[in-house]
Design a protein around this ligand. Sequence first.
Ligand SMILES: Nc1ncnc2c1ncn2[C@@H]1O[C@H](COP(=O)(O)OP(=O)(O)OP(=O)(O)O)[C@@H](O)[C@H]1O
Ligand SMILES: [Mg+2]
Length: 380
Amino acid sequence: MTGPLAPLPPGSIIGILGGGQLGRMSALAAARLGYQCHVFAPEADSPGMQVASARTVAPYEDARALAAFAAAVDVVTFEFENVPTAVLDTLAPLVTCRPGITALRIGQDRLAEKRFFESAGISVGPWRAVHSLAELEAGITELGLPAVLKTTREGYDGRGQAVLRQAADAAPAFARLTPHPLILEAFVPFAKEISAIAVRGANGAVVTFDAVENRHAHHILDLSIAPAQVADSVAMAARSQVAALATALDLVGVLALELFLLPDGRLLANEMAPRPHNSGHWTMDACRVGQFEMHVRAVVGLPLPAPEREHDAVMRNLVGPEAYAGWARLAAQPGVVLHLYGKVRGEVGLRPGRKLGHATWLLPAGSLATQPDPGLLTAL
Ligand SMILES: Nc1ncnc2c1ncn2[C@@H]1O[C@H](COP(=O)(O)OP(=O)(O)OP(=O)(O)O)[C@@H](O)[C@H]1O
Ligand SMILES: [Mg+2]
């Protein structure tokens, strides 16, 4: 269902599929606007469930539980894009789903995503679909090495990918990475990684946040620096690309686009996410209306205000127990806003490599341009 144009009134119930921190922060933003959230996820006591007003703990394959969930809510949104196709088929005829089925289907398949970028006029690096070892070897001959071999589905935080440096890396990586098909990408010698976030309303209006620079550690996002310290033309290009993509996808909600900035100033799209994104967490504290409230506003049909940035910001992810252990110091740090995701309890708890929270250091607007780079880290 495409859904109504009039806003859902406060008190309406937003269904959130998925129990992670993105749903948790969406639910908190929804509560501030007077909406309630019903979280559907397989794991009890998940970060989203802890702050929801209603919960369904059931596997995504449980069609009866999904139908009951659809009947109990006024609109459904998704806090991750790797929703099994059958879930979408069950929900879509019963309830308005935002961002929309097309965006989710494309966003969960790297091959479909690359083709969609190209059809929307957004540049990507060279790539090949890989269905067999022979296709992989042909791809390596055409694209050269190093190259990156990735699963087309369910990769996140660098899982489901391998950097191929020599021909002998091909066969073991092909065997290890499943399910097939895979995608082979030429290694992009980027100068920086940046991302941009758009929000599109049910009426088609689009707003964008400032582009940010992202730095990774151990294949997981470590820092987002807002605004990205890049030429204005680069930042504007990133914003207009993500806005164009949101419109081309006919999506309602938040869309993030990860881009590689080449040393010559060109941008190549890496991947998108049709949901609030880790590289947008800084907006919660540095903008008048952050990405989670924007997403909620789009989902319920409220107007989207200009997402004005009031501060410069550096967001650091708290990944694994070691980073988490700094919570009391961060909570005491002037200018730092701490967010923890409630993952202390539960079966997996403070497992290494898990995103357990984030901290955003707020600085006066414009100060990053004059701040020497190592200074970024003093507060975090
Ligand atoms: N073709 C490439 N060339 C160079 N570096 C790459 C390439 N593809 C991926 N990377 C590096 O690996 C990181 C993770 O890749 P990608 O975003 O495709 O996977 P992911 O598992 O979905 O990650 P995440 O969940 O963190 O977004 C990128 O941010 C980039 O640093
Ligand atoms: Mg990525």
